[in-house]
Design a protein around this ligand. Sequence first.
Ligand SMILES: C[S@@+](CC[C@H](N)C(=O)[O-])C[C@H]1O[C@@H](n2cnc3c(N)ncnc32)[C@H](O)[C@@H]1O
Length: 261
Amino acid sequence: MSPEAPADPSRQPVTDPLNPPLPTADAAYWEAAAASFDEEPDHGLRDPAVRAAWAARLRSWLPSAPAAVLDLGCGTGSLSLLAAEQGHRVTGIDRSARMIERARTKLAGRDAAFHAGDAAEPPVGERRFDVVLVRHVLWALPDPAAALRHWAGLLTPGGRLVLVEGRWGEADPIGLPADELTALVEPLAVRTRVESLAHDPALWGREVADERYVLIADLPRRHTEVVDVHLVVRRGDEEAAAHDPSGPGRAVVLDGHGPTG
Ligand SMILES: C[S@@+](CC[C@H](N)C(=O)[O-])C[C@H]1O[C@@H](n2cnc3c(N)ncnc32)[C@H](O)[C@@H]1O
């Protein structure tokens, strides 16, 4: 939730163990909010300047198209649409049926599919994605660390998490500070990068003074096991061994009759 959204009394900072978010009340809240959600500049991206600002950022965060992008807590699909316009294949998940309905309408005719489900454990079966994109959702999940671990498992080797989060409000801020999120993500990633989004009013349709950022995390490529391979050369009773530069996985024996395996 960004501060432009109506106040939600059920929402508490995720870092407060005595007041965890209430998932049921939360779901009802977003169902009710769906109809007016796009009225906020950074939600509906209706203002061309705001839309262009998000499009430019998203282009710089996503890999080359076409990538398989999983937009979790996709809402009405505003970022999904930008990603689809940039040539990506999008799957969106949201717990709110009304949000999903609007996302389907918004992306009708595009290479995109939307499903109702829990962002923390999205119903995507065995499918794997190049990017997990999440804007303004992670902070309110009951167990962000568990969600992040699950999302890492949904990525193809070398895949990317794109997490747009913040700590909104000045008097009584709510959200997930960048340093806390970085600490959660770093054990999963080979590289993390935080980009501040607070100083670009074009993204929000106004000046903002609180903490807003994107965290980009690149995950490791699949572990490749390096096997030491030897060339075994037999000359009569003599045996000479050498490393095989042609690559791992083969034991090569030369006995004057060529490789044997
Ligand atoms: C602040 S809105 C953000 C929507 C969208 N990501 C965007 O940036 O425009 C939060 C969205 O997350 C959804 N949401 C919240 N908790 C969820 C959960 N556990 N599983 C799926 N969706 C969730 C809500 O229904 C709502 O659509």
